[in-house]
Write a protein that binds this ligand. Structure first.
Ligand code: S3P
Length: 440
């Protein structure tokens, strides 16, 4: 599916982004470990959470989809070895977290994914899981994955993560949680903490302490005993990021995005864009199901380039493609380093971003672990017949569609099908605010 994005001058209105992808995937896993039924509101009906939800049903969870809500009928669940291969589609989070959960539950299962997921590194999860006691095998380091239960999950294991990855951390936490063991995971840089927050919300016990600039995350062997009949998924900050950047770079823009999850391990982009002179206000902060939520107001701004601190990279990792678009419309150099993980996301996002920037005419330098962008606040994409390849990556597709809003003759972005993995109503929502996107 190809989408064409045309120039607009005005972006205005009040909107709400769909539910958070990371949280939606976690609630069907962690929620299914409880005893009482749970109604989940604002679940992201995107391809990634749906494939995780289906994988949970395949291992015996009882989950129903009812319009925009999900009902976890815990009284009917019965965890068992699945009859067929679990298909996690495009979802790295789904596959990696399920590897931990299945190992801890001592089930036998095979897991596969689409072409992109089948190329992504899995040893980062299977190696520590094996040390923990899982009988997990990869296919030369990638999916398909075979899990043959566990040989006893070790108690009080301490694992220092060699890379900053919330997926690895969460897989290990879920393995220990389901096997009722204590575990400590040590991370050098803070990664998103939705798993920890959700376990605590349901009465489990995860504590994080910082010592010698490392984060020690300890899960105690405590049964999750706080039943909640309702869970509300926060709006996805990563999806909001496309609207935030669009509003900053469009000449006349004033947007209010409501109910956005602003968990500080996720929303580093707000501070980065503020440092770039972005007019962004975070309003009405509140707590919702142990996650911080707010409304975000954003207006057109004259941006300037900055050096992005490497400590913030794990917290903006999914937003770097759209940050690169903001940087293209910012005066001076923006430099992003220490972001090598982008090479193993749904696509090689450094290469895909660089390829797209070259086509739209943005001066930049691709680094082994990042990108330097030489932008201009007066930049306007002048070329004609621009065609961008999204490499089947939702975030690359949406980033260049936003760039197309600042182009004389529009931009065609190829292979946009996977926008449905994280932001299924992106086109309709952007068009309702003043965008001009259509399928061609
Ligand atoms: C995610 C963690 C991040 C992020 C991904 C979702 C999660 O990956 O890029 O989109 O839900 O835990 P890593 O933890 O591998 O960096």
């Amino acid at each position: 599916m190809n989408i064409f994005s045309k120039k607009i001058n005005k972006l205005e209105g009040v909107c709400q982004c769909p539910g958070d992808k990371s949280i939606s995937q976690r609630i069907v896993m962690i929620g299914s470990l409880m005893q009482s039924d749970i109604k989940v509101d604002n679940f992201l009906m995107g391809a990634d959470p749906i494939s995780t939800l289906q994988a949970m049903i395949d291992i015996g969870a009882s989950i129903e989809v009812d319009g925009n809500n999900v009902l976890i009928n815990n009284k009917n669940k019965n965890f068992k070895d699945p009859q067929s291969i679990l298909d996690l589609g495009n979802s790295g989070t789904g596959m990696r977290l399920m590897m931990g959960l299945i190992s801890g539950l001592n089930l036998k299962a095979q897991l596969k994914g689409d072409e992109s997921l089948s190329k992504r590194p899995m040893l980062r999860v299977s190696d520590p899981l094996s040390e923990l006691g899982s009988l997990v095998l990869t296919s030369n380091g990638t999916a398909p994955i075979h899990i043959n239960g566990n040989q006893g999950i070790i108690d009080n294991w301490i694992y220092e993560m060699p890379i900053a990855s919330a997926q690895v951390k969460s897989a290990l936490l879920l393995a220990a949680l389901t096997a009722q063991k204590n575990i400590t995971i040590v991370e050098g840089k803070y990664t998103r903490d939705h798993t920890e927050r959700m376990i605590n919300f349901f009465g489990g016990e995860v504590n994080s302490i910082t010592k010698d600039s490392k984060n020690y995350i300890t899960l105690s062997n405590k049964i999750m005993n706080k039943e909640h009949s309702n869970y509300i998924v926060a709006g996805d900050f990563s999806s909001s990021a496309f609207i935030i950047v669009a509003a900053l770079i469009i000449d006349q823009a004033d947007m209010l995005i409501k109910n956005v999850g602003i968990n500080e391990t996720r929303s580093g982009l707000i501070n980065v864009l503020k440092e770039m002179n972005g007019d962004i206000q975070v309003l009405n902060k509140r707590n919702q199901c142990n996650e911080e939520v707010a409304d975000i107001r954003v207006k057109s701004s004259r941006l300037k380039g900055i050096e992005v601190s490497s400590s913030v990279i794990p917290n903006i990792i999914d937003e770097i493609p759209i940050l690169s678009i903001a940087a293209s419309f910012a005066d001076g150099k923006t430099s992003i380093k220490d972001a090598k993980e982008l090479r193993v996301k749904e696509s090689d996002r450094l290469q895909a971003t660089s390829d797209g920037l070259s086509i739209i005419g943005v001066q930049h330098k691709q680094l082994d672990d990042g990108i330097e962008i030489y932008g201009n606040s007066k930049f306007f994409i002048d070329k004609e017949n621009i065609i961008i390849n999204s490499y089947d990556d939702h975030r690359i597709a949406m980033s260049f569609l936003i760039a197309g809003m600042k182009s004389r003759s529009g931009i065609k972005v190829k292979n946009c099908e996977n926008i449905k993995t994280s932001f299924p109503n992106f086109i309709e929502l952007m068009n309702s605010l003043g965008g001009d996107f259509y399928e061609i």
